[in-house]
Design a protein around this ligand. Structure first.
Ligand SMILES: Cc1cc2nc3c(=O)[nH]c(=O)nc-3n(C[C@H](O)[C@H](O)[C@H](O)COP(=O)(O)O)c2cc1C
Length: 216
């Protein structure tokens, strides 16, 4: 069997020539983020709102996982999860967070750093109410990231709950909801041919954004 290193060395992606220049960058990173996300949606990128976020455990270990970006509220990035999940416990103990979007179809990456807190209850309620019923039931039943015996255990709980709530509105449980990320550092990466990628960072300084070009 071909060694993995040989397979990897034969992979060589060129990134095209979409240009990123200070003159076509927005002064505000949120507007720039919206432009790029819109373009990713327009070209039908796969799960364009998936972002990996990293938190710090109480043992000081960085831990990453994907979540779905669901809204912008007061220029903060919202995602939803279980409030008793490892990520939630980590955020509540240490609000520092970083995250990353990658849209390979257009050779773009956005990286961010900031602090995270629970989103207002009305934001969580509005999203929970918009979820399909199956998603609402599984949010109630799942004790996210706990070890379970088998899949049947969850399916049986969902079936019982489904009957219990027949014809009833399902309210958001208190242990499930949104988090909101206030971003103080953004970085936009546009892949270019021959690894001469364009990169720009936005750092918040006294309520203004300082924009700098970074070496690829
Ligand atoms: C594309 C993608 C999107 C996901 N979106 C979410 C999400 O929005 N919320 C969530 O709680 N988990 C989401 N997950 C699952 C998480 O990656 C993770 O497995 C789970 O939240 C448990 O993480 P934790 O143990 O670090 O708390 C997603 C996974 C993938 C692959």
């Amino acid at each position: 069997m071909e060694e993995i290193s040989e397979k990897l060395s034969s992979l060589r992606q060129e990134y095209g020539n979409k240009e990123l220049d200070k003159s076509n960058l927005n002064n505000d990173p949120i507007s720039q983020f919206k432009v790029w996300l819109d373009e990713a949606i327009e070209i039908d990128a796969n799960e364009p709102n998936a972002m990996a976020i990293s938190t710090i455990s109480k043992e000081n270990k960085p831990r990453s996982r994907y979540v779905l970006f669901k809204d912008l509220v007061n220029d903060e990035i919202i995602f939803h999860t279980h409030y008793e999940s490892p990520k939630a416990i980590e955020i509540l103990a240490n609000p520092n967070i970083s995250g990353i979007f990658y849209w390979p179809e257009i050779h773009r990456q956005i990286r961010f750093e900031g602090t995270c807190k629970k989103a207002p209850a009305k934001v969580s309620d509005a999203y929970f109410n918009s979820r399909p019923r199956g998603g609402q039931l599984s949010a109630i039943v799942s004790r996210q990231s706990k070890v379970i015996k088998n899949r049947k255990e969850i399916e049986e709980k969902i079936n019982i709950l489904d009957k219990k709530y027949e014809n009833l509105k399902i309210e958001r449980p208190e242990n499930w909801g949104g988090f909101s990320i206030n971003i103080s550092y953004w970085e936009f990466w546009q892949g270019r041919d021959n690894r001469t990628h364009d990169r720009f960072s936005y750092s918040k300084q006294d309520n203004n954004w300082k924009i700098e070009r970074l070496s690829p």
